[in-house]
Design a protein around this ligand. Structure first.
Ligand code: CMC
Length: 435
């Protein structure tokens, strides 16, 4: 027996087998149980992946107890303070920070791919005016494969790279088009002279009759700084539900646009990326500070499905480092764009109340990144049903990075979990007249 193994005994049969520990650079080792069924005749059962690593990855590391988040080894706090979203996207996709020249070329390539095909633009007319932008995102992202089928050989590294670049470059254009369709405004083409975030805001809000600029003829720098920051914080988060969905779909060999569309669908849920929209809906429902105790009681009531949106995390059990950063930015943005909207005051009061409550302390439920991101987006005049779409723009960089990492590894196997069958045992068919 070596130190780097775990021994498992099947008490039902008396069989014993040893399994190797698989260690990463840092973090908790995993027991490699790939041969468990062969050796001991059993499967593992772990719905929700509470103790299961689904892959090896060199992209993002989280230590939930210490509140650590690293992209390619760089602490999120340093990237948030010093980097830009496009540089972070390069880092995630390529593994290293770019040189000045590499960053310029990357930006150029993103600009070059930011247009969408005119035929794709017409797709939006098929959506009802009140379609949720996320439903349009799923459909339009998935349909991109129809336009680039000559570059879908996933064994070709250049095809993989160009597919990933296309998604990162086009996702803000598609996102803004979803919004413009919902408000009936004309579509705005991307501009080559603008940066990633400036371009997105211009595509969202400029009108044929009005430029999207402040009184100094600039796109407001506080807005752009906040957007860059939120996109950086949301860019990747290791094997979360949407990234795992992208990986599972990719394991079948499906094309990357279809896989990312699957990731967008998974992100939409209120337990995941839909939380930022749900936080605002919850704050509107609470309405006033005096109703906070009533809603805290609902969140604690096991017979009530209500949960405090923007609180809790599967991995972070002390604090979410992204929430610490967004809280500061939230103050900065609200100082720049003062509003008499009582939402922010309500959010802070709710946070304070919950953090002192025994239930939340005992269960280690802290505000997560989405508690504040929705409030920042609201202050930037992003409509609430676009909040999760904003998450999509940022997370696309993470999804394509995981997809490229996975597809470049030899010996890919289809992801195929097993189950514990709880249905009927074998029984004979009964003809309709005898049932
Ligand atoms: N409000 C009230 N109770 C909660 C909450 C909450 N927000 N979150 C967890 N709990 C309770 C839960 O009822 C359970 O209690 P018990 O042990 O008595 O059954 C306990 O805390 C553990 O919860 P869990 O559901 O087993 O934890 P999980 O790791 O499966 O779920 C979560 C994590 C994020 C889905 C969950 O905390 C939640 O639903 N939060 C609200 C939605 C949210 O803000 N999501 C955004 C996550 S951050 C952005 C992202 O990564 O997408």
């Amino acid at each position: 027996m070596t130190k780097d193994t775990v021994t498992i005994t099947n008490n039902a049969t008396g069989e014993v087998a040893e399994f190797a520990l698989s260690r990463g650079t840092v973090g908790i080792p995993a027991v490699d149980i790939g041969t468990l069924n062969k050796e001991l005749g059993v499967f593992t059962f772990d719905p929700g992946f509470m103790s299961t690593a689904s892959c090896k990855s060199a992209i993002t590391y989280i230590d939930g107890d210490k509140g650590v988040l690293l992209y390619r080894g760089y602490p999120i706090e340093q990237l948030a303070a010093k980097s830009s979203f496009v540089e972070v996207a390069y880092l995630l996709m390529n593994g290293e920070l770019p040189t000045e020249f590499e960053l310029l070329s990357f930006k150029d390539e993103i600009r070059h791919h930011s247009m969408i095909h005119e035929a794709l633009r017409v797709f939006f007319n098929g959506f009802h005016y009140d379609a949720h932008p996320m439903s349009m995102m799923v459909g339009v992202m998935g349909s991109l494969s129809a336009f680039y089928h000559s570059e879908l050989d996933m064994n070709d590294p250049e095809h993989r790279r160009i597919s990933a670049m296309r998604m990162v470059a086009k996702v803000p254009t598609i996102a803004a088009a979803c919004y413009r369709h919902s408000v009936g405004w004309p579509f705005v083409y991307p501009r080559l002279d603008l940066g990633y975030c400036e371009n997105f805001m211009n595509m969202m809000f400029s009108l044929p009759s009005q430029k999207y600029v402040d009184k100094n003829n600039y796109i407001d720098p506080v807005t752009i700084k906040a957007l860059n920051l939120l996109f950086i914080l949301h860019a990747d988060h290791e094997q979360n539900a949407s990234t795992s969905t992208v990986r599972l779909a990719s394991s079948t060999g499906a094309n990357p646009y279809a896989c990312v569309a699957a990731g967008i669908s998974a992100l939409w849920g209120p337990a995941h990326g839909g939380a930022n929209e749900a936080v605002l809906a919850m704050l509107a429902e609470i309405g006033t500070v005096d109703r906070i105790p009533e809603f805290i009681a609902k969140a604690k009531d096991k017979n009530d499905p209500f949960r405090l949106m923007g609180f809790g995390h599967r991995v972070y059990k002390n604090f979410d480092p992204r929430a610490t950063i967004t809280r500061e930015t939230c103050h900065e943005v609200l100082a720049k764009f003062p509003s008499d909207d009582p939402l922010f005051e309500l959010a802070l009061a709710l946070e304070e109340y919950a953090l002192k409550d025994e239930y939340f302390i005992e269960k280690k439920l802290y505000p997560n990144v989405d508690f504040y991101s929705g409030i920042i987006y609201k202050a930037l005049k992003i409509p609430e049903d676009m909040f999760t779409v904003m998450f999509v723009i940022a997370r696309t960089a993470g999804w394509v990075s995981h997809w490229m990492e996975m597809m470049s590894e030899p010996g890919q196997r289809i992801g195929r979990p097993r189950q514990i069958y709880t249905g009927n045992d074998v029984r004979d068919y009964v003809v309709e007249s005898d049932r």
